[in-house]
Design a protein around this ligand. Structure first.
Ligand code: SAM
Length: 214
């Protein structure tokens, strides 16, 4: 998620597919609850569903729930009996996300962990949890640390996806050097160079990083 400019090509591609009623519903709920309208786009959500399905995911982990739209997209691709752990800083956002997941039929699938994701990740490690898929879409300053945690909590072959790696152009603007920009640059360099990963970077939407943990 995050503010993105939808290009004409993206609009065309989205128009090919049936409309996603859950996308509309979640956006209505976001507006009704004074929450930011920064869920992933439906096309991006479809890609998440496809990736989760293609890699036969049993257990997925999401960092940044907002109103649950990306959670719905991840849950759609899970194996029967699969699970989603979703980390969200704000209790009131997680409450909305849970209701939206329930409305989409995934109430039994999701486990929300409230609070700073770094603490929840340490807790999951302590519990000995392992995951087959990670979707990173929370505070940008945390991305390098989230990547380390994902590698730590990964089963071999797990997939990592992360949104907003271009920060609406800030990543490639040498005059922008704030903490979030620097964190994202460092994250992107690790996706490209970390020997524990097979990484790829798509300059689509607001930048989509993908990696497989070897
Ligand atoms: N993935 C969601 C979707 O597409 O439907 C959108 C997530 S939104 C871009 C980012 C979310 O991360 C917000 O709900 C925010 O409250 C949450 N967040 C920010 N910092 C966080 C942190 N340190 N730990 C956990 N969640 C955090």
């Amino acid at each position: 998620g995050g503010e993105t400019t939808v290009s004409t090509a993206e609009r065309y591609v989205d128009g090919l597919f049936p409309q996603d009623a859950q996308w509309t519903y979640v956006r209505e709920q976001l507006a009704a609850n004074d929450m930011p309208d920064i869920s992933v786009e439906p096309g991006y959500g479809r890609l998440l569903t496809l990736l989760v399905h293609a890699s036969g995911v049993q257990d997925a982990l999401e960092i940044g729930a907002l109103g649950g739209y990306s959670g719905i997209c991840l849950a759609r691709g899970l194996k029967p009996g699969g699970s989603l752990v979703s980390l969200e800083l704000k209790q009131e956002f997680a409450d909305v996300a849970r209701r939206n997941m329930e409305a989409a039929g995934f109430g039994e699938v999701v486990d929300y962990r409230i609070g700073d994701a770094k603490q929840s990740l340490a807790q999951l490690a302590e519990e000995g949890r392992k995951f087959d898929f990670f979707f990173i879409d929370a505070d940008k300053g945390g991305y390098p640390e989230y990547l380390e945690w994902a590698i730590k909590l990964a089963r071999p072959g797990a997939v990592i996806a992360a949104d907003n790696t271009l920060l609406r152009g800030k990543t490639i603007d040498s005059t922008r050097n704030g903490p979030s920009v620097q964190a994202i640059r460092s994250f992107n360099e690790r996706i490209a160079n970390d020997e524990r990963l097979i990484g790829a970077m798509l300059p689509a939407y607001d930048g989509l990083a993908l990696a497989v943990v070897k």
